[in-house]
Design a protein around this ligand. Sequence first.
Ligand code: ADP
Ligand code: MG
Length: 475
Amino acid sequence: MHSDCEIIWNNCLRFIQEQINEQSFKTWFKPIVPVKLENNTLTIQVPSQFFYEWLEEHYLSLLQRVIRRELGTEGKLEYSIIVDQGDTHQKPFTIKIPLHAPTYKQQHNQPISETSFKNPFTLKNIGTANQSSYLNPNYTFDAFIEGSCNQLAKSAAQAIAKRPGGTSFNPFMVYGSVGLGKTHIVQALGNEIKALFSKQFVLYVSSEQFTAQFIEALRNNSMQDFTHFYLQADLLIIDDVQFLTGKEKTQEIFFHIFNHLHQAGKQIVMTSDCPPRELKGLQERLLSRFKWGLTADLQQPDFETRVAIIQSKMEADGIHMTDELVQYVAHSVDTNIRELEGVLISLIAHASLNKEEINLKLAKQVLQNIVQETHTEVSIDYIQKAVAAHYSVSLEDLQSKSRKRELVTARQIAMYFAKKYTNHSLKSIGHYFGGRDHSTVIHALQAVNDMLDTEPRFKLSFKDLQRKIKFKVPL
Ligand code: ADP
Ligand code: MG
């Protein structure tokens, strides 16, 4: 026995089957389950939100026709959507989505990608051929040094380059903080795909550019051009998606572009300065898409990787540096690779200006300038206040000659940081702590080093304080 809704839906299916090819029918209509028929409204259950969007986008007029045919002009269609992620909503829930008004495409009944349209990057009229990718050709896999800090991201990127859209790494999201190589690695992926598959249209865009183009398109009434330009991409790379946070309308359009490309088996690659779950201000439906594929993080480079990067960059510039020097620089710059490159560029500049070799003396000079620049505000005064607050002692006691045990330790630590983060001499440091001589300061440094070696709990609290001082956290 078939219910009314099943009978009606079967009639619809028979009609639809005659109108479209078999593959599409199997993909998009077979999985649909008729749920109920009430007040001339047929409710059908579809497997996902995305499925629903696809039907609306591609089969709207067909669905309108078939509903009118079966249920008359008053007939309506509603979708019941099974929520994909499923933890909280195990059961399908119904959202009432009536058939939409026809879109531009359906009204004009022509695929827009075959017409000429404006390229949002230049706002010139172009056809589909010969687009530029907006990639920097210097960002290659060869120039990207591999280390344990970036191994997963690099191997995933290389796997994708061999079979864009064909791996389960779609979308591919690379995240990590500034200067760790996100842009480099995703552009290397783009360059590699261009080299391997000349017909693939690779497109790189930063999220800021994307947003600016979108706003421009709104202003110029060229939204169709804007969207259809992006829909042609075989590989879309969108850099720094954290800039989309809070930009609702831009997210909306990106969501649609994302869905179309993904469904068509095109590869999407993104970067972000934090993991997807921390991207506050991004719509949930967009976030859930980001989690479909693979996310890989880039971490701070370890010492060995920094050495390898320095060697490769200097070699590329035809400059020789002794191992000792390479290690010295690698030890001194441990934040990120952009900063490391900055130091190397300064080194080369100084050496060529003064027509001298790059040697340890020069390296020390250059690094000192950089270190001084970034640490100018750390004063002994600041260090004393930070240490006093951290160990709950008064500033006067810290600067006094008192030999109470907890005061002695705090004072030694403050001396240690004064040596490490200021340019004061031992003698001068002694002066700031109740007029002690330089041997007291040496003894303090030794005592702190001993405690660091032997007392793990001390070390934890010490590191915490050290971070504050290093980054000059306001007190
Ligand atoms: P992000 O986009 O994460 O801020 P970039 O990709 O702009 O970082 O990288 C900063 C600089 O460091 C670039 O010049 C890049 O070529 C270089 N770089 C980053 N990672 C590596 C690496 N593993 N090997 C060589 N150079 C790197
Ligand atoms: Mg970047």
